[in-house]
Design a protein around this ligand. Structure first.
Ligand code: NIG
Ligand code: FE
Length: 413
């Protein structure tokens, strides 16, 4: 068996002997070891400690990596993306610069429907290769686990095409991937005045095939004015639950949509976005086991108010951070930028942001037993930074790429 010694690590961050979802104040503590070593057995973490306590012989290892001056931390767990999409939408970006809002673009048949039109025209092969390139890009930026949603098909064939692409990505990539069925992302034009007809299509035609082919782990609905009402969201989520899918909900992006209350009621894994929150929804979330997943680059890109991270954490919520990588509201899957924005604009501490983007992100997509921390037995999915003075330098120097190397399952990519 191959064993690897990583020695002279300036700072090993995200070390945990235990494994639990961090809520409220717990998020502020990120365990670190100065001047550390890390031992890998094949693709997994086998041991770690201080160089001072290093008792092994160099000949015990088949590979050695000198991480002098570098900070090593677990790779990012990006628990909310739409990275399978057919093409960019910078024409709408220009429209937004000229004053159109996200909701106005959507109401005119742009936005999600624009992507859906293109998706139904492109081949599964082409779609797969576009997604592969994006996955490759984000893994080089430090993402080692990612959740990917469907939701640009909005037809039986289109949704299945997307989910089959995600399944193929799972098979091909060493990055941990979870799939979410988001057939309820928008009403297709032909169902604009026949909501029940599209809901029936989701429940009777899409879900049975998805369950049979094991194409999804989660079910998601865009619960928002002009998209899916809380009642419609509940019907669709409950159908997904009957097929073994756990709910995650797009909630409170543009308004107090009722999505948070519903997510808590259904025991959703996470409610995501949360640009628009009030005291009631914050407290309700804090009293639940549902994770609040914040997507600051989406708020930034749409010029929306940033998510009230401070209020959420201070109230005791479990917060995760994700990129929302998609062509309409966050054409970036760069988790380093997400972390920087969370610190700069949402006043999260660097420790809180890193926890939210690693261990809590792992919980938000059910991969907490394999990734999200430096823990014996977990996968050796590691970020090696360039030489930097401290952990806080990561969000501070927000415009620089400070990721030197990324290791996924024990191999540098
Ligand atoms: O999470 N808000 C809904 N869905 C995506 C955006 C999708 C799109 O505009 O293509 C989001 O922001
Ligand atoms: Fe999203």
């Amino acid at each position: 068996m191959a064993s690897t010694l990583i020695k002279n690590i300036k700072l090993l961050a995200g070390v945990r002997d235990d494994n639990f979802l961090l809520k409220g104040k717990q998020m502020a503590k990120l365990s670190t070891i100065d001047d550390a070593f890390l031992i890998l057995q094949d693709e997994s973490i086998a041991a770690y400690g201080r160089m001072y306590d290093f008792v092994y012989r160099n000949s015990d290892f088949s590979r050695q990596v000198d991480a002098k001056g570098q900070i090593v931390l677990p790779t990012w767990c990006d628990s909310h993306t739409h990275l399978v999409f057919p093409g960019s939408r910078e024409t709408e970006f220009i429209d937004k610069i000229k004053g159109a809002s996200y909701a106005e673009i959507a109401a005119k048949g742009g936005g999600i429907l624009n992507s859906a039109k293109k998706l139904n025209e492109i081949s599964e092969y082409e779609l797969f290769h576009l997604a592969c390139d994006r996955l490759d890009e984000i893994s080089k930026l430090g993402t080692g686990a990612v959740e990917i949603k469907s939701g640009y098909g909005l037809s039986v064939e289109g949704e299945l095409k997307m989910l089959r692409v995600i399944k193929k990505l799972k098979e091909k990539s060493h990055v941990s991937i979870k799939a979410t069925f988001l057939g309820a992302h928008a009403y297709p034009l032909e169902y604009k005045d026949n909501h029940q007809g599209y809901i029936d299509l989701i429940i009777e035609q899409m879900l049975p095939v998805i369950a049979h082919e094991k194409l999804a782990d989660y079910i998601d609905v865009f619960c928002e004015n002009g998209f899916f009402s809380p009642e419609e969201t509940e019907t669709i989520c409950k159908a997904g639950i009957r097929y073994g899918l756990k709910p995650k909900i797009h909630a409170n992006q543009l308004s107090l949509s009722g999505g948070v209350q519903l997510g808590v009621k259904l025991g959703a894994v996470s409610v995501d976005h949360l640009e628009t929150m009030n005291e009631e929804t914050i407290n309700m979330l804090a009293d639940s086991d549902t994770i609040g997943t914040l997507l600051p680059t989406a708020a930034f890109f749409l010029r929306m108010p940033f998510q009230p991270a401070r209020k959420l954490i201070d109230a005791g919520c479990a917060v995760a951070l994700a990129s929302d990588y998609n062509p309409g509201s966050s054409p970036s899957g760069n988790m380093n930028l997400v972390i920087a924005m969370s610190c700069i604009q949402m006043k999260m501490s660097p420790e809180e942001a890193i926890n939210a983007a690693t261990i809590n992100g792992a919980y938000a997509m059910g991969v907490e037993r394999e990734v999200g921390s430096i823990t014996v037995g977990k996968k050796a999915n590691l970020i090696f930074t360039k030489p930097i003075p401290s952990l806080a330098y990561l969000p501070y120097a927000f415009g620089s790429n400070l990721v030197d190397k990324v290791m996924i399952q024990g191999s540098f990519i």
